[in-house]
Ligand binder design. Structure first.
Ligand SMILES: [Zn+2]
Ligand SMILES: [Zn+2]
Length: 169
């Protein structure tokens, strides 16, 4: 995924870039990136400086950490950067990373795009906020149906509590 600086003739330029996770080197063991990665950028040009800002978007497939079901979730990230043309180099400066220098007229945004997406991945992967998960005893998906395991464990205690209450009265 690269920017052709020669194509940025105007003061304000709009770019739509698209790439695959593979081409961006985006690889995480527990996430599947099957959708294209889209980048929409607005690049302001002032002489040999280019200020870019925009959005990175894709849809990833996660495995729920409670019920192990696969579910898809959109990932979105904002990117901002400054490109400077200096002699035969293009230097990228961005807020929280080291400067990157590349030679030629094109600038590859792969590193920036990949990192922004990785940072946008939620810490918890849950198919839904209140996923009930799998029964630890029998493996039943408790979102779909119930099982007997919990009941058996709890019943005696409830019975005792009932007795206790009636005795008091
Ligand atoms: Zn789940
Ligand atoms: Zn069970």
């Amino acid at each position: 995924m690269k920017i052709d600086l020669k194509s940025l003739r105007d003061e304000v330029n709009y770019l739509n870039l698209e790439g695959t996770a593979d081409s961006l080197g985006l690889k995480i063991e527990w996430v599947e990136f099957s959708s294209p990665v889209k980048v929409n950028l607005r690049v302001l040009r002032s002489g040999k400086n280019y200020i870019g800002e925009g959005k990175v978007e894709t849809v990833a497939l996660f495995e729920c950490s409670r019920c192990l079901k696969k579910y898809s979730q959109p990932l979105k990230a904002d990117i901002r950067f400054l490109l400077k043309e200096e002699k035969d180099q293009i230097i990228l400066e961005s807020e929280d990373r080291e400067n990157l220098a590349q030679t030629g007229n094109f600038f590859k945004l792969d590193d920036l795009v990949r990192e922004s997406l990785i940072l946008s991945i939620p810490l918890k992967s849950l198919c839904q906020e209140d996923c009930k998960g799998l029964c630890p005893t029998c493996g039943t998906d408790l979102n779909v149906t119930t099982c007997e395991c919990k009941k058996e464990k709890n019943d005696p205690r409830w019975e005792k509590l009932k007795d206790f209450n009636t005795e008091k009265k």
